[in-house]
Structures are given as C-alpha cells and as structure tokens.
Design a protein around this ligand. Structure first.
Ligand code: M6R
Length: 613
C-alpha cells in the first residue's frame, strides 16, 4: 500500500528518490520522507501530505549523499503525521528504514524493546524495525563483514506479517540491505548504480534489467554489486530479468491523467494480450499450460478468485468457461474465500486474477489452494510478481503498466485473456465445434478496431457527465454478462467520483431495490445480450415509470425514444461484449470525477496495490 524507493550509485540520491516517489504516489499519498547518508551521518527529512510537500522542505536540496531510501505512505498504524512518516530510525540514529507492509506482532516486539530501554516516538508498527535491528546489532559479539546483514536478518526472522524493507546505516556508508516478504520490491541494476522500488514502472527510465526477489531473500547492495543470501545467510545466485515495458508507457503522454491515457490504450492492450494466441482455424496457443483432456475433464470445479475489478473480470470468465466448457465455475472474493473453508482438492483448478500480482488477500487465497492440493493458475499483468511466483502456472495480460488507481485497461485485458483461456479449454475438451469457436475468434480479432470505434463516444459521455455529476446516487442494471459490467461500472464510479452507486441484476430490482427509485434518479443499463434485452427493457420501463432518467449502453437496434440518453457501441459476441460496453462507463466515471474537480488518478483512501489484508 505504501511505496518505497532506494538508490545507491554515483549521483546525488535525493532527486532520484523524489522522482521515484512521485511515480509511486498512486500507492499511498498521506505522507512522504527520505533518508540519505551524508558524510557518515544519516539525514532524515519527512512531512505529512504529498511528495511535493517533501520536495519543498528547507534543506532538502542540500542533500549530497549518493545512497538513500524514501517512502510514500498509506497509513495503516497511526494517523498521517510527520512523526508517523517513514523513514524511521532507531533511538541512536544509526539505522534508517523504510517499510511497506504490516508487522502484525509489532505490539509484542515494541513491549520487548521498551523493556530493553528503547523509546518510541510514533504510533507505527514500522518503528520496531530499526530498533530491533539495533538491538541485534549491539548484541552481536562478532565483528565480521556480515554483522550488519546478520542484524537485519535476525530482526526480520522475528517479524510476523508482510514487509518490504530497505535499511541504510551510518556505520556502512557504502551499503544498503533489502529484503521482502509478501510485499513487493524490485531492484533495477546498471553498471555502477542500483535502483530500488515497489514496482517496475517507477524506475523504468533508468534500466530494464531487474532482480526479482523471493520471500526472505536478503540482499546486500553496493553501487556495483548485489549479493543475495537465503534466510540462513547462505549466498545464492540470482539472474537479472529483462523487462520489455518502456519508460514512455509509464508517462502521461499528453493526457491530463493516467486514467484517461489508460482508457485510450485499450486497443493496444487488447491487441497485445491476444498476441499470437488467437488465429482462425488454428488452436489456441498456451505453451505454458499444457493441460490435457484427461485433466480438464476430471475437474469437479474451477474457482476464480480475485479482488475488486479483477473479480469482476473473473465473473465474465465464469460465463465463458461454463458455457464453452461445461465445467462448473465459482467466482469468489479473495478475502472471503480464504476464510470460508472452501471445498478444494486435487480435482479443483484455482485461477487467481490480479493486475499487480501483489494483492495480499489473493496471494493468501492462492497459498491456501496449494495447501489443499489444487492446481493454481495466476493471471497477472506483472511478470515476476508474487502471485506468479507462487502459482503452478502463470499467464499474462499485456496491458503495460497501469498507474491510475482505477483499473481500466487491466480489466478489459483480463476479460480478454480469460475468454481466450476458455476457448483453449474448450478446444482441449472438444466441447464446441470448430466453426462456433472460429466465429468467436473472428470477433476477438476485430476487437481492437471496435474499441477504437467505441472510444468515439467520448464527447457524448462528457456531456452526460456534466448533467449528472452532482447526483448523490446512481444505479446500474444488467442481466447475464451485462450484470457483471454493471458491477464494474458502479465500482469505477464510486471509487473516483465519490458518488454512491450500486449495481443490480435487472430482474432483482423489484425484490427490494426499486424502493430507492425516485423522481430524476439516474439509472444506467447495459443491453448487449439479444436473448435478455426485452426482459431488461421491461425492468427499465419500471424505473422510468417511477421518474428515473436513463442512460443505455447497447450494441443492438432498440427503440431509443423511451430513454433519455443512448450510447451505441459496436456489436460483438456476448462473451467479450464487456470489453466494449465498459468503455463508455469508464469514461463516464472519469468525466464526472473531472467535473467535480477530484484527483482522478489518486482517489481518496485508495491505493493501487493492496498489499495488506
Ligand atoms: O492488483 P489487483 O488486480 O489484485 O487489484 C485488485 C483490486 O484492488 C483492484 O482491482 C481495485 O478494485 C481497483 N482499484 C478497481 O479499479
């Protein structure tokens, strides 16, 4: 939830750290801080609020050190304040630490340290880290090269919970030690510089060569070297990975906001996600999977587990897999799944969807499924992310870096990939005719062009946003696949416009929610399934009768006269229609947020990557 960056090299660290923090601000933005090594002393500057407050602090431009760590915070323990901001130091100011994650047993450790004479100045869980490192450092009687590392390791082995930690010390002006467990941290490497970050895009402009860390791998960095150790401090080998994304894709490229840019990147994201997997008259290619007919036909169930928008993509996967493959699919929210003792065995396939690949609940659900002997398959947008390293199999969306907190291109790419997966399963299982699947493949291949077509609704949506941006409640309706889009559209609206909104299966309205419909309320409906349109239109009629004003997103010829506003989108196969029908509704959320003068990319209380439970 927080963002951490680090630098060790030949240049002044502070400007590089501040630039990295600005790129990571989507992960948390209630306070920020930096610590560098200045002539064998640790500097420490931090403040409440955005990174720009930190950049304006007196004296920050005087920092000369070439090694430093920095942090942008999303508060978990202790309110946003200067005292609670990172970096944190031990009482003797020997160690500076930044931390992303939660130390669950911090109370116990804090009491232990209090009993040993330490004092605490913040309400954070993090402050135990530098003090515990100091405790282990001073207790260690050996004075060898590994003393600093041993102190960090001994402290970390006492932590319960999740952490990505960077540590510097005034006693070791050429070193930085980093480690992670269930929280993201990557190391970018160049000849005489090392860049550290919670995610790859923040440091892509410096390097494309990255070390990806597994849990409890300890790293000792100098500007020219990176030495890796396991938790017993045995040295281990690690290769760099080359990341294909380019730095440009992590910049705004002339758009006002990342969200708008990412909405407009959807034709490319879908094209890249389809890649070479789909072509007419040849079978889908998923070399990395290799599932047999025997394995798939013996499955008793598939679970799709995810959070938020990724879960909504999972719902469209259920629709496709059940209809094309006739395997029962259950879709679950990861935070519920992990605590409800799900019925899983070796005949269950568990699919986990996560843009970031770092969502704590999704990772925990995956670990649980593995314990129960299911095969696990990760769908992620980030190569080498935690979820992909835990899963038995991984496949990737190729949406490129998604920076805006509100997910757009990641969602449509997830819907795309899970539909391709469903086709692959159907081909292995031989549950559909080739001609039927060919029709669907043809529609898939036409999607990028149709997305471009759909994006032309931009101006009409902008106008509609002007009409409704002051509303207090908005309702979204749909049936079948359109109901899954209603859920996603409703989430998008509430997270960036702060308007209360809800989504309903259109047929369910009369069982209660219709009591909320009153004069002039906005009801937005999605109509793309020819078999269900008449039924949904009847439900819309019911809200019109009660005074609602209506916006319709449809790809079918319908009588427009009864609705206030109709957005026509290109027709396509029902399975993949969410990829088109969500676009006007992503734009609607965006323009309403703009009308209200809100920060679209960094909505209040939210973070891009939810690495805490
Ligand atoms: O990185 P993930 O896909 O695992 O993230 C899951 C959710 O936190 C995420 O989709 C969230 O709901 C978005 N902010 C929605 O726009």
């Amino acid at each position: 939830m927080c963002g951490i960056v680090g630098y060790i090299g030949t240049k002044k660290a502070c400007p590089i750290l501040l630039a990295g923090l600005s790129r990571l601000e989507y992960r948390g933005y209630d306070s920020a801080g930096v610590s560098t090594i200045e002539k064998d002393e640790l500097s420490l500057m931090k403040d409440k609020g955005r990174v720009k407050n930190l950049s304006n602090l007196d004296g920050i431009d005087k920092l000369e050190g070439t090694i430093g760590i920095a942090h942008t915070r999303w508060a978990t323990h202790g309110k946003p304040s200067k005292e609670n901001s990172h970096p944190h130091q031990d009482n003797s100011k020997t160690f500076s630490v930044v931390h992303n994650g939660i130390i669950e047993n911090y109370n116990e450790l804090r009491n232990f340290l209090l009993d040993n004479g330490y004092t605490f100045y913040s309400q954070t869980d993090t402050e135990v880290i530098p003090n515990l490192i100091h405790y282990h450092y001073t207790k260690d009687t050996q004075n060898d090269d590994l003393k600093f590392l041993r102190a960090v390791k001994n402290a970390c082995l006492e932590f319960k919970g999740s952490f990505a930690i960077e540590v510097i010390s005034k006693l070791y002006p050429d070193n930085m030690i980093v480690v992670r467990q269930d929280s993201p941290l990557v190391i970018g490497t160049c000849e005489d510089e090392k860049y550290l970050s919670s995610d790859i895009p923040a440091i892509l402009s410096y390097t494309r060569d990255f070390y990806l860390l597994n849990d409890l791998e300890f790293v000792v960095l100098t500007n020219t070297t990176a030495k890796f150790y396991d938790k017993n401090l045995n040295e281990i080998e690690k290769q760099t990975q080359n990341i294909e994304w380019n730095a440009c894709s992590a910049e705004k490229d002339g758009f006002d906001d990342f969200m708008l840019k990412e909405i407009y990147e959807q034709p490319t994201a879908i094209r890249e996600t389809i890649g070479s997997k789909i072509s007419l008259n040849t079978k889908c290619e998923f070399d990395e999977l290799g599932f047999t007919k025997d394995y798939l036909s013996n499955l008793n169930k598939i679970y799709i587990v995810a959070c938020g928008t990724a879960m909504h993509a999972g719902l469209s996967g259920k629709n496709a897999i059940e209809k094309l493959c006739r395997i029962p699919v259950e879709v679950d929210i990861a935070s519920e799944f992990r605590y409800r003792d799900p019925i899983i065995d070796e005949k269950t396939l568990c699919i986990f969807i996560s843009q970031s690949g770092e969502t704590a609940d999704t990772i925990a659900a995956l670990k649980l499924s593995k314990e129960k002997k299911a095969k696990t398959l990760a769908i992620s947008n980030v190569i080498g992310s935690s979820i992909t390293r835990e899963a038995d199999y991984s496949i990737y969306t190729h949406a490129g870096p998604e920076i805006a907190v509100a997910s757009t291109k990641a969602y449509t790419s997830q819907v795309m990939l899970i539909n391709i997966l469903a086709i692959y399963f159907a081909e292995v299982l031989e549950t559909c005719t080739t001609s039927y699947l060919n029709e669907l493949k043809k529609d898939i291949l036409e999607l990028p062009k149709k997305i471009e077509e759909t994006l032309k609704c931009n101006e009409s949506i902008k106008n509609f946003a002007k009409q409704i941006y002051q509303e207090k409640d908005v309702f979204f309706l749909g049936r079948g696949i359109d109901e899954t889009v209603a859920r996603e559209a409703s989430l998008k609206l509430k997270e960036i416009s702060y308007i209360h909104s809800d989504s309903y299966a259109a047929g369910e309205l009369k069982h209660g929610p219709i009591a909320l419909i009153e004069n002039d309320i906005t009801v937005i409906s999605i109509l793309t399934d020819a078999n269900l349109i008449k039924k949904t239109v009847s439900n819309i009629q019911e809200v019109i009768t009660r005074g609602a004003k209506t916006l319709i997103v449809t790809n079918k010829e319908i009588d427009n006269s009864m609705f206030n506003f109709v957005i026509n989108i290109p027709d396509t196969n029902c399975f993949i229609s969410p990829i088109l029908s969500i676009i006007p509704l992503q734009l609607l959320a965006y323009y309403i947020s703009k009308e209200k003068g809100l920060d679209v990319d960094k909505p209040r209380n939210l973070a891009k990557s939810v690495t805490v439970e």
